[in-house]
Write a protein that binds this ligand. Structure first.
Ligand SMILES: [Mg+2]
Length: 127
């Protein structure tokens, strides 16, 4: 069991992730944007951060960079809608550059999420 912080501005996505992760017996903490995400990360110091990238207040990339300065061994899995469908910029490769261990394109399968979580939790902290 791990403590996992889920950050996404869509309540529906957070709920779905929380459900998927609690089935795996993880403890889930939720936040709705990067500002809240930073606050809750500091407060709970979770084993893993799963975050959306496009969010109001503070986006996922800025949140990852800010937290990485304070917690160099932070483990991150980034999820995003990507650029294809909406024509908006694809932030997932950027998430990888700022230190995300795994990136998942929405919509993803339960199996893809499970393996990303297992691998991320197994990864040594990046120092
Ligand atoms: Mg979003």
């Amino acid at each position: 069991m791990a403590k996992i912080l889920v950050v996404d501005d869509e309540a529906q996505v957070r709920g779905m992730l929380a459900k998927m992760l609690s089935v795996e017996h993880h403890e889930v903490i939720e936040a709705e944007n990067g500002v809240q995400g930073c606050k809750k990360y500091r407060e709970h110091q979770p084993d893993l951060l799963i975050t959306d990238l496009v969010m109001p207040e503070k986006n996922g990339i800025d949140m990852i960079m800010e937290l990485k300065k304070e917690f160099p061994s932070i483990r991150v899995v980034a999820i995003s809608g990507g650029g294809g469908i909406t024509g908006s910029f694809d932030y997932l490769p950027v998430a990888k550059l700022v230190g995300a261990l795994h990136i998942l394109q929405k919509p993803f399968t339960l199996q893809a999420l499970k393996s990303a979580v297992v691998e991320a939790l197994r990864a040594p902290g990046l120092h």
